[in-house]
Design a protein around this ligand. Structure first.
Ligand SMILES: *Cc1c(COP(=O)(O)O)cnc(C)c1O
Length: 325
């Protein structure tokens, strides 16, 4: 059975406690009023490195053997997973290599290097960079840390579920962003164990929702890549997906899609009403809450990350919050 156990999640929590923050869970008054029931938000945008990815990365690296730690780790990611792996590797004194294509902008490379990672920038596309990573894994014996389809990563993300149950024990509806499904699978695994009646609603962006189309097709499928302001949700789930696809299929009640305009409104809502900056991938949760009627009596939404390009965010805010003439 390609699943994880609750025991693995409890073990992860103990293991990653020195590295990760227990993030705040706040009540959102405007959303609660609009929904006519309490809506809470789990602020993983305030997690160290700016996203929940730290939890899975920490659990994966702490689960390596001494020999694997000595040889070093490898990640292939332009975004939050790469940052998280680089950060944890530095904390644990493990050497870390990140493979990126030459098209990745310099500021992203600088962010990884600032965390002490060695960045190998080669090739014109993500696929080229991936092949460079595979060669390093094969030739140098580096350990590839996967972004979602790994039981240790899923168990690490699942620790969010434990924190939700402690802070809001009456939760009966969860709203969670979905890309590769590591976050949703881990948290849903925990909540459904506590009470199978808890509704778990995944949210993806309309333009390229790989997990959504895979569920519809009954197996992992590829989607054509498009741009989205929820850039951390882009990418496939892997045609050889072993864990997150079956877990999402089993533990999520459904996946809904939101538009780019709705995601923008979610980012603006976070700024205007919550006083926080979130990235597009996290804003899909607010986009859903602002446009759907929640089932249940007590809702928790996960705001998954805050690593937004401030230029982009200011453009969006300026466009929407025009001063009164
Ligand atoms: C990676 C990521 C997601 C999606 O997580 P998956 O485990 O791939 O489904 C959502 N939000 C942010 C901010 C992320 O970095």
């Amino acid at each position: 059975m390609t699943d994880i156990t609750l025991k693995e999640v409890f073990k992860a929590r103990k293991r990653i406690a020195p590295i990760v923050r227990t993030t705040p869970l706040i009540q959102a008054p405007q959303l609660s009023e609009q929904q006519g029931r309490p809506v809470h938000l789990k602020l993983e945008n305030l997690q160290e490195t700016g996203s929940f990815k730290l939890r899975g990365a920490a659990n994966a690296l702490l689960g390596l053997s001494d020999d694997e730690k000595a040889r070093g780790v490898l990640a292939f990611s332009t975004g939050n997973h790469g940052r998280a792996v680089a950060w944890v590797a530095r904390e644990l004194n493990i050497s870390c290599t990140i493979c990126l294509s030459e098209r990745v902008p310099a500021y992203r490379v600088a962010a990884m290097e600032a965390f002490g990672a060695r960045v190998v920038q080669k090739g014109a596309s993500q696929d080229d960079a991936y092949n460079v990573a595979l060669a390093l894994e094969r030739d140098k014996g580096l350990t590839m840390v996967k972004p979602f389809d790994d039981p240790n990563v899923i168990a690490g993300q699942g620790t969010i579920g434990l924190e939700i149950l402690e802070a809001v024990p009456e939760v009966d509806t969860l709203v969670v962003p979905v890309s590769g499904g590591g976050l949703a699978a881990g948290v849903a695994r925990v909540l459904k164990a506590a009470d199978p009646a808890i509704q778990v609603i995944g949210v993806s962006m309309e333009v390229a929702p790989a997990m959504y189309h895979s569920l519809k097709s009954g197996k992992p499928v590829e989607v054509t890549e498009k741009d989205s302001i929820a850039d951390a949700l882009l990418g496939g789930i892997g045609l050889d997906n072993a864990y997150t696809y079956p877990m999402v299929e089993r533990y999520l009640d459904r996946i809904d899609l939101v538009s780019e305009a709705q995601i923008e409104k979610g980012m603006i809502f976070a700024h205007d009403h919550l006083g926080i900056l979130i990235e597009g991938a996290a804003a899909v949760t607010l986009a859903w809450l602002l446009t759907h009627r929640c089932p249940g009596k007590s809702v928790v939404g996960i705001l998954s990350g805050g690593n937004v390009d401030t230029g982009l965010l200011f453009d969006i805010l300026a466009r929407h919050n025009k001063p009164n003439p």
